[in-house]
Design a protein around this ligand. Structure first.
Ligand code: SF4
Ligand code: SF4
Length: 205
């Protein structure tokens, strides 16, 4: 087919101007739209109650049965123990062997929560922490047994380990330290809970 160079020239100009106007129309629409930028971490992210964040783990109730690890589709839960553990229903505390390792590799975890439902003692939960960073793949493995020795049920992001925090972050950190997400027979007895957490992991205790 024969083309006309003059009409092609003007057609190209027309197409160029038209596509620029289409792009600018979209840009202009967002210039006047309500802003959605969240000044994180100064402003708290709005997490829904059903949000599945990094786990919080109540090691004092764990019987090391491996059911969570078996349910995990990507095999990212690592459990080691010195012997069987049994829960005392009166106190909700497990005793017996020691938990020498309970770790989750968050480089693999899909936050699917399939590990939560099979747990017979309801000690593993999806938490409200959405933000955890590290400098290498190794630091993506969270050793919950090490956290338990420090009285923690969930990891803390590096930035939350600073002294000066926004109010919402300080409140969340305080909630973790005070175990406000653990509503069981040890509620309001944080000293005892910390003791039991150490007992669960320390062969010497
Ligand atoms: S949330 Fe899913 S992927 Fe992550 S540890 Fe649990 S079962 Fe495994
Ligand atoms: S977290 Fe629950 S399911 Fe997993 S080993 Fe402990 S008791 Fe068993």
């Amino acid at each position: 087919m024969q083309t006309n160079p003059v009409s092609d020239y003007f057609y190209n100009i027309y197409q160029t101007v038209r596509t620029i106007l289409i792009g600018m129309r979209i840009s202009l629409k967002y210039c006047f739209a309500k802003t959605v930028t969240l000044q994180y971490p100064d402003v708290a992210p709005a997490l829904q109650p059903r949000y599945r964040g990094f786990h919080f783990f109540e090691i004092e109730k764990c019987i090391a049965c491996d059911l969570c690890a078996k349910a995990c589709p990507v095999d990212c839960i690592y459990i080691e123990k010195t012997g069987p553990r049994k829960i005392d229903k009166a106190t909700n505390i497990a005793a017996g062997g020691k938990m020498t390792r309970f770790a989750i590799d968050y480089a693999k975890c899909m936050f699917c929560a399939l590990c939560v439902d099979p747990c017979p003692t309801e000690c593993i939960h999806m938490g409200n922490l959405h933000d955890l960073s590290g400098y290498d793949r190794e630091s993506m493995i969270v050793e919950f047994t090490d956290l338990a020795k420090q009285g923690l049920q969930t990891p803390q992001p590096l930035w939350m380990q600073k002294d000066e925090l926004p109010d919402w972050a300080q409140k969340r950190k305080d909630d973790w330290v005070e175990f406000v997400n653990s509503s069981d027979k040890l509620s309001n007895d944080n000293v005892r809970r910390r003791e039991e957490m150490v007992k669960a992991v320390d062969p010497a205790v």
